[in-house]
Design a protein around this ligand. Structure first.
Ligand SMILES: Cc1cc2nc3c(=O)[nH]c(=O)nc-3n(C[C@H](O)[C@H](O)[C@H](O)COP(=O)(O)OP(=O)(O)OC[C@H]3O[C@@H](n4cnc5c(N)ncnc54)[C@H](O)[C@@H]3O)c2cc1C
Length: 427
């Protein structure tokens, strides 16, 4: 039996971070309210273009939170794959990694499907309730700004509602609500990667029998270029192609430019895939001016407030880590709550923030390497961290153990259960 807090927990946002956090809070709080701006149809809408590449670490974490969720994902149309055997990873300079079975699972799934499956499992907890169609407009401060004791939200008809809370989780995907009540003003973010990114995402419906010889494909950029592309099966008949480049040379989101851009990638594989497809079902463009990480600790925040997921750190989407980091943060939250004494919510928040920053750093490193390359002046030697990455890639081609180590790192595996997030060390 878990130690129960007295008051209610409020979670802002029903994205992956909010849903997973709510599930984790359910055994510790008498009531958990998820307040979501969108209506319940959020989980049915075919939201254009949002990819759902769930890394191995994310799937492992999700299975721990929701045992048996892999079967739910498969029934809902998700695609289970082996990261070494089913995904072709191509470095134009060094070559593709050979297919090798890793034995652990990753998933390709559309975003609404993933969120719907997790929302259905979250809703099985009788003390979790969803309040849809409510936009949180502010966190309510008490004790001269030292504590958050609730939220204010607005309904579509303009009605304003207040909800008291012992704990508020900000999983709104944006930092604004949290930063508006930081105790030391807006703290300088610890990380800001300035090489903006532009993406175009096309979704194709293809016959279930369509078989290009892989479940997924990723073409890395050539040296001194930012252009890269991925292909991933995300459903029985659905495939997604993502093209990306630095903001100033980003792919346009129209069909002709999309195919033309694919032709400029350093290997022909994505272009060859596109030639075998029909018109895309959806085609959308995204711009990410910067990846940004608000490295908050307890001294910045009023008591009773915890930001998670993209609210805390928006990662470079090219590496497909955001969902996984949100899931791993939920596991971490579970561990620190389990280790805290009765009434020790604030202690759990402090421990969460310390350990979460270590977790985010692991994911942030990948994008920091890319950023260093883009910022380096033309003609300058490759940044050291990139040369190390190339060495790892060469080694991975040669040596199966190095291959597995590289993929485990990329898939953020092994973080659950190690000193960063294990319950024993949360004490
Ligand atoms: C183009 C693109 C491709 C990506 N591809 C991948 C990928 O393949 N794999 C991967 O792991 N990550 C990917 N990411 C990153 C991933 O989408 C995010 O990291 C992830 O969605 C973060 O989840 P979250 O719950 O923190 O935020 P969100 O998913 O943004 O959820 C926030 C929720 O809060 C609600 N909300 C916002 N404001 C309020 C408010 N004021 N009141 C009430 N509710 C509110 C929103 O409606 C939403 O439901 C991609 C990102 C982009 C942009």
């Amino acid at each position: 039996m878990h130690k129960m807090a007295d008051g209610r927990a409020v979670v802002i946002g029903a994205g992956i971070a909010g849903l997973c956090a709510a599930r984790v809070l359910a055994p510790f709080f008498p009531k958990v309210v998820i307040v979501e701006r969108d209506g319940a149809e959020r989980f049915d809408d075919a939201r254009p273009g949002m990819p759902g590449f769930l890394l191995g670490g994310g799937y492992a974490g999700l299975s721990e939170l929701f045992p048996g969720i892999g079967a739910d994902l498969l029934i809902a149309g998700g695609v289970r794959f082996d990261a070494g055997d089913d995904i072709r990873l191509e470095s134009p300079e060094i070559g593709a990694l050979p297919p090798r079975r890793m034995g652990w699972a990753s998933y390709g799934v559309t975003r609404p499907t993933l969120e719907r499956v997790i929302a259905q499992r979250t809703a099985r907890w009788p003390n979790i309730v969803f309040h849809h169609n409510r936009r949180v407009t502010a966190l309510r401060l008490a004790e001269g700004g030292a504590r958050v004791d609730g939220i204010r939200c607005r309904l579509p008809d303009g009605t304003v509602e207040h909800l008291d809370a012992e704990l508020v989780i900000d999983a709104s995907g944006r930092p604004d609500l949290t930063l508006a009540c930081t105790r030391t003003g807006d703290p300088a973010p610890a990380g800001r990667l300035a090489a903006g990114l532009g993406l175009a995402v096309a979704t194709f419906r293809l016959p279930a029998t369509f078989n290009p010889g892989f479940v997924g494909l990723a073409t890395l950029p050539a040296p001194r270029s930012s252009r890269c592309g991925t292909v991933l099966r995300v459903g029985e008949e659905r495939w997604q192609v993502v093209l990306a480049a630095r903001e100033d040379e980003r792919p346009a989101a129209d069909e002709a430019s999309f195919c033309e851009f694919a032709g400029t990638l350093p290997t022909p594989a994505v272009g060859a895939f596109l030639r075998r497809t029909r018109r895309p079902e959806q085609l959308g463009g995204y711009r990410l001016r910067e990846a940004i990480w608000h490295r908050l600790d307890e001294s910045h925040l009023p008591a009773g407030l915890l930001p998670v997921g993209d609210t805390m750190c928006r990662l470079d989407p090219i590496f497909g880590q955001g969902l996984t980091v949100a899931i791993l943060q939920a596991l971490l939250l579970r561990n620190v709550l389990a280790a805290a004494p009765q009434g020790g919510t604030q202690l759990a928040i402090r421990r969460f923030l310390e350990r979460s920053n270590v977790l985010v750093e692991r994911a942030w490193e990948a994008a920091a390497t890319r950023d260093a390359l883009f910022r380096a002046p033309a003609g300058a030697p490759s940044p050291q961290r990139l040369a190390a990455q190339d060495d790892n890639w060469r080694e991975a081609r040669r040596d199966p153990a190095a291959h597995e180590a590289l993929l485990r790192q990329f898939h953020l595996l092994g973080l659950v259960g190690d000193e960063t997030v294990s319950p024993q060390n949360a004490a």
